[in-house]
Ligand binder design. Structure first.
Ligand SMILES: C[S@@+](CC[C@H](N)C(=O)[O-])C[C@H]1O[C@@H](n2cnc3c(N)ncnc32)[C@H](O)[C@@H]1O
Length: 339
């Protein structure tokens, strides 16, 4: 049993009112404006640094969504992680309403709290001392309350190597903190507060309407049952499952070969909505999706410089979709087109 140290009481006891999520019928209305749409046009808008974040893919996927008519009324992201795609589409108004979901209780609690209980989160973040001792404390704690889960999520995400929440990764700067990059180098409070307020703004304006802690299949079935008023083209699901390689290192729940197959079967046979799927380029994934004539498969190759390195690397990814229109673009190469 870990004791609460350095505080009078567990952080969730701080009294702050919170908002409720929006009823399903909200998807039929028009949301209010956000305070600063420009915030969502930048590539870095998520408060979470996420292993496997698809930030660079977002503008490419946005181009594809914009080319299709009718424009979706609802985006659902069942493997949301850092949620960069949904934040962008809601913030720029490309899609009016969205739901985030993740199986990881810490991640789901973080989004729920950032969206609907943001002032509490901001106040609690401001009280954190960003030290290795505090990192150990959060790492050991098994929170049961949503607010504590949310705080644990953001604290560890911003102070752990590569933003990894679970498993073996240590604090940024190492335990001895001898590196030029110290544990608090990604914990700039002003920037975090601005991004959390951005998420809260999406929720307050009726754009981000709910957050679910659920397995992907539960989220997709729930979407079907809660939004019968939307046609199959009015719901867009953005699917970004764990990496094929390295997944067990990054996430506590392995997403094994059979899970990737199950997902492909579901999308092929049961999905009654528009969907867009992104993956690291891997032969197993090509084998799953390329033979399918109902889907388009695009190859995206991006050059980037890893943080703290001079070296340019290339990252190869696949986009798979049942959206009908694939616009011309030199940012991807079509491996197959739906017929
Ligand atoms: C590749 S990450 C998503 C990254 C995200 N798209 C971004 O831009 O930051 C995959 C996410 O799927 C979640 N996850 C793993 N297994 C899951 C499952 N069975 N159902 C739903 N979410 C799951 C993990 O917790 C992780 O947050």
């Amino acid at each position: 049993m870990v004791e609460y140290v350095g505080r009078q009481e567990p952080p969730h006891r701080v009294n702050r009112p919170r908002r409720r999520s929006w009823p399903a019928a909200t998807v039929l209305g028009t949301p209010a404006a956000v305070s600063d749409e420009r915030l969502f046009q930048h590539s870095v808008v998520s408060p979470l640094r996420y292993p496997g974040a698809k930030r660079q893919l977002v503008p490419i996927m946005e181009l594809i969504v914009r080319a299709n008519v009718p424009r979706p009324k609802l985006i659902v992201e069942p493997f949301c992680g850092g949620a960069s795609m949904t934040l962008r589409l809601l913030g720029t108004g490309q899609v009016p309403h969205g739901i985030l979901a993740d199986f990881d209780p810490l991640v789901a609690a973080f989004w729920k709290t950032a969206a609907f209980d943001s002032e509490w989160l901001i106040e609690a973040l401001g009280q954190e001392s960003v030290t290795v001792d505090r990192w150990d404390w959060w790492r050991e704690l098994t929170p049961t309350h949503r607010r504590d889960k949310a705080l644990k999520c953001i604290f560890l995400n911003r102070t752990t190597f590569s933003g990894i929440l679970h498993g073996r990764a240590g604090p940024i700067g190492g335990r001895s903190q001898l590196s030029a990059y110290k544990i608090d180098c990604r914990f700039g409070l002003d920037g975090l507060v601005r991004r959390i307020r951005g998420v809260a703004d999406l929720a307050a304006s009726g754009r981000l309407i709910d957050v679910w802690e659920a397995d992907w299949k539960t989220s997709l079935e729930r979407t079907k049952s809660r939004f019968p008023m939307l046609s199959s083209r009015e719901t867009l699901v953005y699917v970004d499952p764990p990496y094929v390689d390295k997944a067990e290192w990054l996430y506590p729940w392995a997403f094994a070969a059979r899970d990737h197959r199950k997902l492909a079967t579901y999308l092929r046979t049961e999905a009654k909505f528009a969907w867009l799927l992104s993956y690291d380029d891997h032969q197993d994934i090509r084998d799953l999706y390329l033979p399918e004539e109902k889907f388009s498969v695009l190859h995206v190759s991006q050059r980037y410089t890893a943080a703290g390195s001079e070296r340019r690397s290339t990252k190869d990814e696949l986009l798979v979709t049942n959206l009908e229109t694939i616009p011309e673009s030199d940012t991807y190469r079509e491996l197959s087109r739906s017929s």
